[in-house]
Design a protein around this ligand. Structure first.
Ligand code: MRU
Length: 352
């Protein structure tokens, strides 16, 4: 399995996603500030991977601390969480991980400092293992939704590289292929950062899953020609009403799918569901550097003086989403109820 990120004795090791598909290189972070940098610079990206990276960054910061009391360690923990929390605003998994590490600290604070540090490292490693298990569970729930044969369109990269392993949307595709379904993946290239053509195509080709890359403006034509039987994408944040924030361009695909009567599925772990955000209009959308739009592979593509927009995500309204696949099962409209039920089950299981 592709090792997107892992805890090692030398630090947290990431595959450098800015270099793929031409170079497979790794970056090892030894401080939490370095982890914050690799999150900001997209060496690691994808909502669930950002959650695990945040957890491991916090664990690294705490492990490096010279604090001698739980009170001092808590002050450092707050500072570390503040830095990591300011890296990328949309993927709620990052904030879910910060909250989980802080809650773990509160449970542990009566213990000796060295024990607290070790337990926080273990918690981050647990997040990593749980994420892979969640993706495999999502795969087994979602595979039934995939056609026995035919084209499945995906946008951005919601694969092994966007998670601790296996993937959410690509996990559903992988599981369907493992069951013998004859799926041909259509991967939107996903301008401006090209997660589809660089990352999704890279990992699917590695797995031997037939894949065709299309530029983003081709998906409507592919649907009209009958090449797409279903769409499956990931999510960065799902509001309580089922509105889905995902990579910019997802909304366009959902509208096109509706027009062509094609099911539009979202696969995401429960940690991506944010019941505190009532609807998509309240989801913070990250604005990224205009240079991502004005240049391709370092070559300038726009005249000087032109204005640029670069929102990293858009919101697909719940009414366009056929179903949301989670590790706890499949949610369907009305999402206010189905998502709340799944989250409640999740909380109960975790408190056992
Ligand atoms: O900007 P990115 O590459 O972090 O955006 C990633 C996406 O939009 C993914 O589709 C989403 O995080 C789901 S990943 C399983």
């Amino acid at each position: 399995m592709i090792q997107t990120l892992e805890w090692t004795e030398h630090g947290v090791r990431f595959i450098d996603q800015t270099k793929l598909p031409t170079e497979e290189t790794y970056v090892t972070c030894t401080t939490y500030q370095e982890v914050a940098d690799v999150i900001r610079n997209m060496v690691v990206r994808g909502a669930p991977a950002l959650g695990v990276a945040a957890g491991m960054g916090i664990a690294l910061g705490v492990q490096n601390s010279k604090a001698e009391s739980a009170g001092d360690l808590k002050r450092e923990l707050d500072q570390i969480c503040d830095v990591i929390g300011k890296t990328r605003p949309t993927a709620v998994n990052l904030f879910w991980a910060i909250r989980r590490m802080q809650q773990k600290f509160e449970i542990l604070r009566v213990r000796p400092v060295e024990q607290i540090k070790q337990a926080l490292v273990e918690e981050a490693k647990r997040m990593h293992a749980e994420d892979i298990a969640a993706n495999q569970a999502m795969g087994s729930h979602g595979a039934a939704l995939m056609p026995a044969s035919g084209g499945v369109l995906t946008h951005c990269n919601a694969g092994a590289l966007a998670t601790a392993g296996y993937g959410t949307a690509l996990g559903v595709i992988r599981a369907a292929v493992e069951q013998g379904k004859k799926i041909h993946v259509y991967a939107d290239e996903t301008r401006p950062f090209l997660q589809g053509s660089r990352l999704t195509a890279w990992e699917l080709v590695k797995d031997g899953i037939p894949t065709t890359v299309i530029s983003d403006n081709m998906s409507g034509a592919m649907m009209r020609q009958g090449k797409i039987a279903a769409v499956v994408v990931g999510a960065d944040r799902i509001a309580a009403n089922g509105d889905v924030a995902n990579k910019i361009g997802t909304y366009t695909v959902a509208v096109l799918a509706k027009e062509h009567g094609i099911p539009f599925y979202v696969a995401a772990p429960i940690s991506t569901v944010d019941l505190e955000t009532p609807d998509g209009s309240k989801i913070p959308i990250e604005q990224r550097n205009p240079a991502e739009v004005t240049t391709i592979a370092g070559k300038v593509m726009t005249p000087e003086g032109v204005q640029i927009e670069n929102p990293a995500f858009d919101v697909t309204p719940a009414k366009l989403v056929t179903a949301i696949v989670t590790e706890r099962g499949i949610a369907r409209a009305p999402y206010e109820k189905s998502l709340a039920d799944l989250v409640r089950d999740f909380a109960n299981v975790n408190s056992c």
